[in-house]
Design a protein around this ligand. Sequence first.
Ligand code: NDP
Ligand code: MG
Length: 393
Amino acid sequence: MQNVAVLGATGSIGDSTLDVIAAHPDRFAVHTLSAHRNAAKITQLAQQFRPQHVVITDPATWQTVSAALAGSGCEVHQGPEALNQVVQQVDVDLVVAGIVGNAGMASVLAAVQAGKTLLLANKEAIVAAGHLVMQAAAASGARIIPLDSEHNAIYQCLDRQYVTGTRPDDVKSITLTASGGPFLQRHADTFKDITPAEAVAHPKWDMGAKISVDSATLMNKGLEVIEAHWLFHMPSNDIDVVVHPQSIIHSMVNFIDGSVLAQMGCPDMRIPIAHGLGLGQRLTNGADFLDLIQHQQLTFEAADTNKFPCLKLAKEAIQLGGTAPAILNAANEVTVAAFLAGRIRFDQIPVFNDKILNMTAVKPVESLAHLQALDQAVRQRTETAINETNNNL
Ligand code: NDP
Ligand code: MG
């Protein structure tokens, strides 16, 4: 029996994770569920899964949820600090990091410092704090199993050769596949007219709003290049990106002998999540089985970084090193939120991200506190840049 802490239980990753867990009650017990603002959903999930602990990071939501769960037998904790404490408890075996954005960074680090097995979806955490997370994993012996479909595909292709944060000697390079998002065929001249509703309507994957916009700008693939850089200990030159609109091949490993291993499957996050939860054993999970006759054509093309400059920015951030990925990530969280709120246009997302990355001094990463202070400063700077631009219109 594995005790699982599911952080970000109310989100899309939370849904898929709890779906797999519910299908294997003999194998998993839910130790903790976390949520931020969705009081109704976390209350329902707590009643269904009966965790020992619920963590609510938003104070007002905590009041509602603790009242709703009074007498249920589950402890309802408040605030981000509680996440860090709960994931370190002795009886937690697996931590599913499904919080979106930098808000998940401290709890990811806390889980790794405590030597837990981390099932990582929260890519922003490793993008911003990759250096600290990998150092902590080396010190504690924590395993990190990626749930992001591309990284999970690579993890599966490397099989037992993979040791967290290292690159096997016989790997030449890796190829991350990208669906290309909803605007692959759309002319860049019309990007200024893209609405939030169009941007979150991903053709292949059903995901939260932030990652859906990231997929539309290809920032998601950029963040994934940085994620792969840390997880598989690779320079950006050894990480290729190829656009594969059908999303059937989830990524590939190119070995030194010319062999290429790819992992395939229907685009359904329950597949990588079940793989992570299974710790080496395959688990049924409700996803459809792949029918290649139905798909027939698998196509591949180069990513157009002129049309989607965010991908280029991510490689630039890896090369700059130090705090550069954290700066890019913080700027992007603000620009995506501003786009979703109708404050900037879609085509301004890469422009602001570029501007903030290039106007912020890059330094070596010192500590979590350093990264958190930097995150706040970059958010403020990005807000100011957006407000100045809007005031000048
Ligand atoms: P969602 O927006 O669907 O869910 C986000 C979750 O994070 C919710 O549980 C939300 O709580 C919680 N949350 C939001 N803000 C905060 C905060 N400030 N503090 C604590 N918790 C917070 O996102 P996804 O599930 O789509 O994505 C989660 C992560 O997984 C992202 O990093 C994404 O890039 C990554 N990922 C997602 C994939 C997918 O298929 N969805 C695929 C690969 C990676 P509440 O709803 O209660 O407010
Ligand atoms: Mg992905």
